[in-house]
Ligand binder design. Structure first.
Ligand SMILES: Cc1cc2nc3c(=O)[nH]c(=O)nc-3n(C[C@H](O)[C@H](O)[C@H](O)COP(=O)(O)OP(=O)(O)OC[C@H]3O[C@@H](n4cnc5c(N)ncnc54)[C@H](O)[C@@H]3O)c2cc1C
Length: 401
């Protein structure tokens, strides 16, 4: 068991006004309230200044070992921080890539990296100067992750003892979060597609490596302020120092990235659900129709109750997965359930927020519709809801595809 603090976990689970969450939300509302958000959302522009402010606050360093410039916080503290960030920062396109750094990129490098790799990347990632992207999806290989075509060959100079092998990487990865901003790509590639998951190796590829090219930013439904592009690798020459883990260990690195982290990435979204609920409650008190506040109509008040129920359920599922993970217990099923609950509840509640606000919910200027577009991606990234249900069904002993 890890150094799990049961009291702190119970506080996090039961205290919706937890000081870590509240202080982060207050800080975010004050420091990440960007008046150009609607414009940037329309134009698909990232807010670099917001990233720097978040980094200065320590958000990019939360869980990394202090020896590499990290804050050394545990999973529960990091979840509370991201909940607060999601509540206080309306730019989900900023909060989302921050969370992928903390929940996916940094743990992978910290868990599987060599000392040299950790020294090379983690301090810069903690300070916010370096950004990483996770590259597994391809145009023809989405949920069927290990059907990837991105491949590598090994050139081992013959007859030259002590000369290191060269790995030659080629292929294209699609829908990569932060690709246009990334300094390093965490790339999954196969040595032989017939080997399926057993042939997969992970490489750390610096963005300036000859042969790396990043496509244009791909506009999307929501999270429009998050840069998003395809990345191609054309005969990139890499060395043993660029291998993350060992040759052929890609499948276990992927499982590690996906076990509980797939749910934790949604912590910001749970914070955003709470903000939407608070906004909807305020609106239901101040907007009157037929001579009474709309919140006095049972239909409206029950919708608010449903938003509350969804939020609290999603939150409880998320912290349950976190507690299991922090205790070093299996968390795959709990994380899959939490991912389904958090992502689908967020879509349902964001739609309820639009309905509650009427036309004000639908026009762009009030920001309500933005939340709906932003949360829709949650049912796709990190494994679709269908794939999560497959995991749950498999764990119940029923095949899930
Ligand atoms: C906002 C966003 C950010 C992303 N960021 C990244 C990133 O940084 N790095 C990265 O590598 N990828 C990223 N992705 C890609 C994401 O991981 C994939 O979109 C996802 O894995 C699904 O793959 P797909 O889009 O090819 O859909 P498909 O796999 O083609 O699925 C299409 C439909 O078929 C269903 N389906 C497929 N297989 C099964 C099955 N076995 N059982 C039941 N239903 C099934 C799916 O649920 C879905 O409804 C991102 C996607 C989004 C939307």
């Amino acid at each position: 068991m890890t150094n799990f603090d049961a009291g702190a976990a119970i506080d996090a689970l039961t205290d919706l006004d937890h000081p870590v969450k509240r202080k982060t939300a207050e800080w975010a509302a004050e420091n990440l309230d960007d008046p150009t958000l609607s414009e940037r959302d329309r134009d698909c522009r990232f807010w670099a200044e917001g990233w720097t402010r978040a980094a200065e606050r320590g958000i990019t360093a939360l869980m990394v070992d202090p020896g590499y410039g990290g804050g050394g916080h545990d999973v529960i503290h990091a979840l509370l921080t991201f909940e607060g960030l999601g509540y206080g920062c309306r730019d989900a396109g900023l909060a989302f890539p921050l969370s992928t750094q903390v929940w996916t990129m940094q743990p992978l490098i910290e868990r599987f990296g060599t000392e040299q790799q950790k020294q090379r990347y983690l301090p810069g990632m903690c300070s916010g100067e370096l950004k990483a992207s996770f590259c597994i999806t391809e145009a023809e290989s989405g949920s069927d992750t290990f059907a990837m075509e991105t491949s590598f060959t090994v050139e081992t100079p013959s007859g030259q003892e002590g000369v290191e092998p060269v790995y030659v990487l080629s292929g294209t990865k699609s829908y990569i979060t932060m690709a246009p901003q990334a300094d390093v790509f965490i790339v999954f590639a196969t040595s032989n597609p017939e080997l399926g998951q057993w042939g997969v190796t992970v490489f750390l590829v610096d963005a300036e490596t000859p042969g790396v090219s990043v496509g244009p930013n791909r506009p999307k439904m929501g999270l429009r302020t998050t840069p998003f592009a395809d990345v191609s690798f054309d005969r990139c020459r890499l060395g043993p120092g660029d291998v993350l883990g060992s040759i052929g260990s890609g499948a276990s690195i992927f499982s590690s990235a996906m076990e509980a982290e797939r749910a934790f990435v949604l912590a910001g979204q749970i914070g955003a659900m709470e903000r939407q609920l608070d906004d909807a409650v305020t609106f239901s008190r101040t907007r009157s129709q037929f001579g009474q506040p709309i919140g006095d109509f049972q239909a409206v008040s029950h919708r608010l109750a449903d938003m509350k129920l969804r939020h609290d359920n999603a939150r409880l599922q998320l912290y349950r997965a976190a507690i299991l993970d922090a205790q070093g217990r299996p968390s795959m099923e709990a994380a899959a359930l939490a991912k389904i609950q958090a992502s689908e509840a967020a879509v349902a509640s964001a739609l309820d927020a639009v309905l509650t606000h009427g036309a004000q919910g639908y026009v762009t200027e009030f920001g309500v519709e933005q939340d709906l577009r932003n949360v829709a991606g949650g049912v796709v990234y990190g494994g679709t809801s269908d794939v999560q249900r497959n995991i749950v069904a498999r764990m119940l002993g029923r095949r899930g595809g």
